[in-house]
Design a binder for this molecule. Structure first.
Ligand code: COA
Length: 161
């Protein structure tokens, strides 16, 4: 899969992209992970580990995990996709890259039989909240002190059909 978005290319990550993804993560988000964590996410759902490249360089990514558990919309057991992390380098934001990453990850999750997608987001993260609401996510609950600095998260979810 290679989807052009203007001069950018949205595609599935290869393992070697993980180092650049770590670099983007470190400049865009306060939550950082070990290389082993990225590798574990990659191994769990390689098709759902997406990158956006400009001239061969990673400028955005989304990594996702396939999980089984209680539905966010009822009491049944479901297969669901979890957005573990998504980010776009600041100078490339507001060009539709975050939207494209999420839309493609939802397609990948549907292909794998997921009936819903969920994520956590800081209560203060306006750009991300706007993006998720635009794509049809709703707030399921607040998770107090979810982040290491004590900020609450919203758990947001969307049915995939
Ligand atoms: N302020 C308010 N809303 C904003 C915004 C801003 N600065 N930037 C984007 N948005 C909203 C808009 O609703 C926009 O939709 P529209 O263009 O139809 O109005 C929507 O987000 C999608 O914009 P898009 O260009 O597709 O997203 P993006 O490429 O800018 O990426 C993030 C969005 C959240 C991934 C990006 O802001 C980012 O990397 N932030 C830092 C990392 C982060 O917070 N990740 C999320 C953790 S939960």
């Amino acid at each position: 899969m290679q989807q052009p978005i203007g001069p950018y290319l949205l595609l599935e990550a290869i393992e070697d992209d993980i180092w650049e993804v770590m670099g983007v993560n470190e400049t865009t988000l306060p939550e950082h992970y070990t290389p082993e964590f990225y590798r574990e996410i990659y191994d769990n759902f390689p098709d759902g580990f997406l990158v956006v490249k400009l001239n061969g360089k990673v400028v955005g990514y989304e990594m996702n995990r396939l999980e089984r558990g209680l539905s966010n919309f009822g009491f049944n057991f479901v297969k669901k996709g979890h957005v573990v992390s998504i980010a776009v380098v600041e100078e490339h934001r507001n060009k539709g890259l975050g939207t494209a990453l999420l839309e493609e990850s939802m397609n990948k999750m549907k292909e794998k039989g997921c009936s819903e997608i969920y994520l956590e987001v800081r209560n203060s993260n306006e750009p991300a909240l706007k993006l998720y609401k635009k794509l049809g996510f709703t707030v399921i609950r607040t998770i107090p002190y979810y982040y290491s600095d004590g900020e609450n998260a919203y758990a947001m979810a969307k049915k995939l059909q």
